[in-house]
Design a binder for this molecule. Structure first.
Ligand SMILES: Cc1cc2nc3c(=O)[nH]c(=O)nc-3n(C[C@H](O)[C@H](O)[C@H](O)COP(=O)(O)OP(=O)(O)OC[C@H]3O[C@@H](n4cnc5c(N)ncnc54)[C@H](O)[C@@H]3O)c2cc1C
Length: 420
């Protein structure tokens, strides 16, 4: 039998984890994998939050050529335009279409700042590394102005439609510590406004409590239920008519799918409709959509890995003719950086079907819900930032091998002793 052609679109967390899991689980006689992406490297996005505070960008880019060659994976650099499901082909902007037997769509998400009038023009946005560098320049000016005695108001803003607010909270906490270390915190008012019902809503009531207490300790003026409707040059308009001014606005815009695939079932933002367990598309079981490209309501790298593992497991089981592998069981995990300490949160999730609170803590696994704050969690974040790029550099999946098992044990011990 000829090997099955598996084409993976996207070389982010979900695409690479799927491709490397397939390489680890199947032989070359069973599968021929091609990864398509519009760049030749992997960007470790979670650590781009350090860029505004002077970190170097180069270590966050992992070149992929060697990793792909090690696992006999073909890597085609190109931009995907659409999928011909009837013909089993993917179209790119250049070159011939690619045939697939199984397709993995992991092209992730994009930002839609235009959904809020004025946001694109006036806010520093949190998404690309270029935008985070620009924010860094603005923060340097803010410090210089503060040293000249100018009082300023920095507003962090999460508008409706954003599906991964955590990094913006990290930036607010990091800014607070960074300004204190420069002795100018008293000159800068730090404000956080979010449309969410609770702070970092997807992570449940315990993280809300921790963030509320941290905001109070750090003199950050935080407010939930603040739905922005318009952004002006120096003012924000909220639902209900409230107006607030800002000197510097930092926003994490609404999410949409990075590619809209004609003819595939998707929600109003273009996120592909998946079977909750395998991440196969409900209308095309030969196509999978792990990670931000799919319709799971929370967009997170850790969740992208779990979805990729489920998708790769399902494809591998089918090719081998064995029983289906483990299903996607959503557990969110984050380590929220604050520079002086960090907050760890692990939350088993369940989808609710309620658009205003699309996930809740899964009470059947309540013991796995853990939140804790300690300077030691900063080491955990650093360890993840070293371990993951090392795995991808070698063409190995994140969730496997001795390294991951050791990390899992460390996380379990940490979650028991440094979180409750
Ligand atoms: C600043 C920031 C901080 C974050 N911090 C965390 C964190 O601490 N923890 C956490 O769990 N998550 C974090 N996230 C979220 C996390 O980065 C995403 O959830 C994760 O990247 C999703 O992985 P993905 O593989 O689905 O998509 P992506 O990582 O976005 O990968 C998509 C891939 O598809 C490619 N692509 C897109 N369109 C096309 C096209 N048309 N043709 C070809 N290729 C294409 C891209 O180049 C990329 O290779 C953060 C996000 C940001 C922006």
């Amino acid at each position: 039998m000829a090997p099955k052609d598996v084409v993976v679109l996207g070389a982010g967390f979900a695409g690479l984890e799927t491709a490397f899991q397939l390489a680890a689980q199947l032989t070359d006689d069973q599968v021929a994998t091609t990864v398509v992406s519009d760049r030749d490297d992997f960007l470790f996005k979670p650590n781009t939050i350090y860029l505004p505070f002077g970190a170097a960008e180069a270590p966050l880019h992992i070149p992929l050529a060697k990793a792909m060659a090690r696992r006999d994976i073909r890597h085609r650099i190109g931009t995907v335009t659409d999928v011909d499901v009837a013909g089993g082909r993917v179209h790119l902007t250049t070159g011939l279409p690619l045939h697939y037997d199984r397709l993995v769509i992991a092209t992730g998400a994009a930002m839609a700042p235009e959904e809020v009038p004025g946001l694109a023009e006036h806010a520093y946005q949190v998404w690309t590394s270029g935008q985070l560098h620009r924010l860094g320049e603005a923060l340097q000016w803010a410090v210089a102005d503060a040293r000249y005695g100018r009082q300023q108001r920095v507003v962090f803003l999460v508008p409706p439609g954003n599906k991964c607010a955590g990094p913006l909270y990290e930036l607010a906490f990091m800014l607070d510590t960074w300004l204190r270390r420069r002795d100018v915190r008293h000159q800068v008012e730090v404000v956080f406004r979010t449309y969410e019902h609770t702070f970092v809503q997807a992570f449940g009531p315990r993280l809300h409590e921790v963030v509320t207490a941290e905001f109070a300790d750090r003199d950050v003026d935080g407010r939930t239920g603040a739905v922005v409707t318009k952004v002006g040059e120096s003012e924000l308009l909220f639902e209900g008519g409230t107006e607030e001014y800002y000197d510097l606005l930092v926003a994490f815009p609404p999410y949409v799918a990075s590619v809209r695939y004609e003819g595939l079932a998707a929600d109003d933002r273009g996120f592909l409709t998946c079977d909750p367990a395998s991440r196969a598309l409900v209308d095309h079981p030969e196509i999978f959509a792990p990670g931000d490209a799919g319709d799971f309501p929370v967009k997170q790298a850790f969740l992208a890995f779990l979805q990729a593992d489920a998708a790769a497991g399902a494809i591998a089981a089918e090719i081998r003719g064995t029983a289906p592998a483990d299903a996607f069981s959503p557990t969110g995990m984050c380590v929220m950086e604050m520079f002086d300490k960090a907050t760890f949160a692990q939350v088993p999730l369940i989808e609710t079907g309620d658009p205003s609170a699309p996930v809740a803590v899964n009470q059947d696994q309540a013991d796995a819900y853990r939140v804790g704050t300690s300077p030691i969690w900063r080491l955990g974040k650093k360890a993840l930032g070293l371990y993951l790029p090392m795995r991808f550099r070698r063409g190995l999946p994140f969730h496997s091998g001795l390294g991951w098992r050791a990390m899992e044990v460390a996380l379990r011990v940490g979650a028991r002793t440094l979180a409750r």
